[in-house]
Write a protein that binds this ligand. Structure first.
Ligand code: SF4
Ligand code: SF4
Ligand code: FES
Length: 265
């Protein structure tokens, strides 16, 4: 990030420009503090857009802008409130007198392994991440997670050897690193969970038989001719068959609907 507000084309405080948010008419501004410095920003913006409005440019610390990539973790306090808050800059709306800073990266131990050679047993995780057992169950990690992941619970599941439960509980993790920043036991929770999900996905999760059958059909060339025909079509014809395609009713109970034309099932 860099503070570029002093440039010749300084943006108006009343109207955002470029890819910044277009403010509603009469939008009022509120004070926020970014790394200790006060800025007046429109009250309707997310932290990320408010910082850009204030002149910061995200070169790192922003990715998807949609709450998925984990690049924009933010820590803040509110005036007169002892509590520490955590959020994603691209998702959290500014509040008056919030004091915030970005933590786009937090160092955490990540081990190297070859997933092809790992035995899918709890001990495999324990060997790669022995710090798992340094967890003191303080729950700071869960309180810090902007995705609402039950971080302490997936760590507990792994301590008990339940890889599947850990994989399930950590599914919404976006690898932002905030949990690691608060950990008394110095665990890299999100790297440990990623290993658990990899082991679960590769070795333990029940396989979908219909998917296996479909992959075999694709490999055997069942759809080659159809795909070739589609790629040769004119755009208008493609649009027409797309618009006229047979569609599953919105409220069809799962597994109850099949199309009239079953040749590609
Ligand atoms: S589990 Fe940790 S790394 Fe994952 S989203 Fe939550 S705080 Fe971020
Ligand atoms: S912050 Fe660390 S020590 Fe505390 S519960 Fe989470 S993993 Fe365990
Ligand atoms: S920019 Fe990707 S989560 Fe915020």
């Amino acid at each position: 990030m860099s503070d570029t507000q002093t440039g010749g084309n300084k943006p108006s405080q009343q109207m955002a420009t470029g890819d910044r948010a277009i403010l509603p008419e009469g939008a009022t501004t509120i004070p926020i503090y970014v790394m200790g410095k006060k800025y007046e920003v429109p009250e309707t913006l997310t932290i990320m857009k408010a910082m850009e409005y204030a002149g910061f440019k995200f070169i790192r610390g922003a990715g998807c802008r949609g709450g998925i990539c984990g690049a924009c973790p933010t820590v803040y306090r509110k005036e007169g409130d002892y509590k520490l808050y955590f959020g994603l800059a691209c998702q959290t709306v500014v509040e008056p007198n919030m004091y915030l800073t970005q933590i786009p990266f937090y160092p955490a131990n990540r081990t190297m392994y070859d997933i092809e050679k790992i035995e899918p047993i709890p001990e495999a995780i324990n060997v790669l991440y022995p710090e798992l057992f340094r967890c003191v169950a303080c729950n700071n990690c869960t309180k810090a997670c902007p995705m609402g992941v039950e971080v302490m619970d997936f760590i507990s599941a792994l301590k008990q050897g339940d890889i599947g439960r850990a994989a399930e509980l950590s599914f919404d993790c976006i690898q932002c690193g905030l949990c690691a920043s608060r950990c008394m036991g110095e665990l890299p929770q999100y790297h440990i969970a990623q290993l658990a999900r990899r082991i679960y996905g590769k070795y333990l999760m029940p396989r979908a038989e219909h998917l296996k059958k479909r992959v075999e059909e694709i490999r055997a060339g069942k759809y080659d001719e159809l795909l070739e025909d589609l790629t040769q079509m004119k755009r208008e014809d493609l649009e027409k068959i797309y618009q006229e395609r047979e569609r599953e009713p919105d409220l069809a109970p799962p597994g109850t609907w099949i199309p009239e034309d079953t040749q590609y099932l």
